[in-house]
Design a protein around this ligand. Structure first.
Ligand SMILES: O=C(O)c1cccc(C(=O)CC[C@H]2O[C@@H](n3cnc4c(=O)[nH]cnc43)[C@H](O)[C@@H]2O)c1
Length: 234
């Protein structure tokens, strides 16, 4: 099946054909996330779900390897993540409208310069608006708390209020942070495929308190979201 990787447009493709043909690669970081997604997908053969490792480099390499051997129409980065206070609460879901490598750039005495500003490509990858809207709406209709916004990919989990503030200023409207989305998205883009990122929020972005992370709750939300993928990613 052919799809415009920028817009994700499926125009001209009949519903029945889409249903039959769509193949989706879901990339998580760790096995616990992969297993939550697999539970939600209930063995549907249109989806392959892999745990590609923590961080953008492992995610990009694992995604590229999977895309080299399989035929897919859509790539999804999925897992748990940190939520920006006031944008995404613990236990809720975030669907990315943009995937941003938030610390890819250069520090200067006058502040951070992104790779875009440095003239070395882009730290931002757009999610096709049609897909982001469709998935957000379906999750909401399923009764799951969900928001849409930029999801940041960071190399270091934020551990202070100051860094949380800095990131929020760097990317106005930032909804969540995680560590893999940009890597998955770069691999997908190089193969001409559209990408989505969905995060289940396990912790607030801010002062580190690992003991308070609600991982089980987030994995349950990820499982519930994945069961919605069955209906909407077709
Ligand atoms: O300990 C466990 O049982 C467990 C189960 C599932 C996942 C984990 C992880 O620690 C996954 C690491 C993964 O989580 C993302 N993440 C979560 N919160 C944040 C955050 O605040 N900032 C950045 N990344 C976050 C990240 O994508 C990691 O790959 C443990």
């Amino acid at each position: 099946m052919k799809m415009d990787p920028q817009t994700g447009s499926l125009e001209g493709i009949g519903h029945e054909r889409r249903k039959a043909d769509m193949r989706v690669l879901v990339m998580t970081a760790v096995p616990a996330e992969r297993d939550a997604v697999l539970r939600g997908l209930r063995g549907d053969r249109r989806f392959d779900v892999l745990a590609g490792g923590v961080g953008a480099a492992a995610a990009a390499a694992s995604t590229a390897r999977a895309l080299a051997v399989g035929q897919y129409d859509l790539v999804v980065s999925a897992g748990i993540g940190g939520g920006f206070t006031g944008r995404a609460e613990v236990g809720s879901l975030v669907v990315a409208n943009e995937i941003i490598a938030a610390d890819l750039g250069a520090e200067t005495p006058d502040g951070f310069l992104s790779v875009d500003e440095l003239g070395f490509g882009s730290a931002r990858i757009q999610v096709p608006a049609e897909w982001a809207a469709r998935v957000t709406e379906a999750l909401r209709e399923a009764g799951l708390p969900v928001s849409t916004g930029p999801v940041l990919t960071v190399t270091t989990v934020t551990g202070t209020a100051e860094t949380a503030r800095t990131l929020g200023v760097r990317v106005p409207g930032a909804a969540a942070e995680a560590m893999e989305g940009y890597g998955v998205a770069v691999a997908a883009r190089q193969c001409g495929l559209p990408v989505l990122e969905v995060r289940a929020i396990s912790n607030p972005v801010g002062p580190r308190d690992r003991a308070s992370w609600r991982i089980a709750e987030a994995l349950n939300a990820l499982e519930a979201a994945s069961s919605v993928f069955l209906e909407v990613l077709r």
